[in-house]
Design a binder for this molecule. Structure first.
Ligand SMILES: C[S@@+](CC[C@H](N)C(=O)[O-])C[C@H]1O[C@@H](n2cnc3c(N)ncnc32)[C@H](O)[C@@H]1O
Length: 224
């Protein structure tokens, strides 16, 4: 379901670069449906790189999907004419670092389809600082995990507030059931952490407690 929801955000006829493709399931599924024109599957690690090569070969898609062993956006070459980039199933900080160190490979016209596992706040901050507008956001729950999808394109980037960066500007407005459930669970976890801190024998740095308190307050206000 997670990758299906990501797939739904890839524009019809896109030339997709799926970075950190693992088995290559996303580009292969999209190509089999005729939903994209071409794809690059980038992988930094050998075992998933070979797995992606195998998936592409087994599906007879070697002509339209190129699998490259490469770090981050180094998998993209100028002639690929990439129009959409997916980075899924990695921490938000890792996705941010891949985008930041690969900036020179971005032509500024690609749609970014991001599915961070945590670390959404620093990722949104990078998007804002680099002139990206968030077009779509969603939260979904699968196998007891909450996943977020963030879709962004270059263009007049609004100045998102601290809370919008933390919760997601569009999700704060839409307040979907999945979004509210996620934050209810997160609030319970933050409250448990604070009560552990209060009982801890060794003192917890004030800065750390203050940060968790701030998050718990913001979440409580969001849900109020
Ligand atoms: C957990 S898997 C997610 C696979 C798939 N994108 C998904 O969402 O199901 C993360 C993959 O990203 C790859 N990866 C991590 N850092 C990377 C980087 N800098 N460049 C390319 N691939 C990377 C890992 O080797 C791993 O195969």
């Amino acid at each position: 379901m997670r990758l299906e929801r990501v797939a739904a955000q890839v524009p019809q006829g896109a030339r997709l670069a799926d970075i950190g493709s693992d088995h290559g399931y996303l580009p292969v599924a999209l190509m089999r449906r005729g939903a994209i024109a071409a794809a690059v599957a980038g992988e930094v690690a050998r075992t998933p790189f070979h797995a992606a090569e195998r998936t592409v070969r087994d599906n007879g898609l070697d002509e339209s999907i190129t699998v490259r062993l490469a770090n981050g956006l180094e998998a993209i070459e100028p002639n690929d004419g990439i129009t959409a980039i997916s980075l899924c199933g990695m921490g938000g900080e890792t996705i941010r670092d891949i985008l930041d160190s690969g900036k020179a490979r971005l032509n500024g016209r690609e749609r970014l389809i991001l599915q961070p596992n945590g670390g959404e706040e620093p990722l949104r901050l990078w998007l804002m600082d680099n002139g990206y507008r968030i077009l779509h956001e969603e939260v979904l729950r699968e196998n007891r995990f909450d996943y977020e999808i963030i879709v962004a394109e270059r263009g007049e980037a609004p100045a998102y507030s601290d809370r919008e960066l933390y919760f997601g500007p569009l999700q704060m407005q839409a307040r979907s059931p999945a979004f509210l459930d996620k934050w209810q669970r997160t609030l319970r976890r933050r409250q448990q952490t604070l009560s552990h801190f209060a009982r801890a024998r060794q003192s917890v740095p004030e800065e750390k407690t203050g940060e968790i308190e701030r998050q718990a307050r913001w979440i409580a206000e969001l849900l109020a």
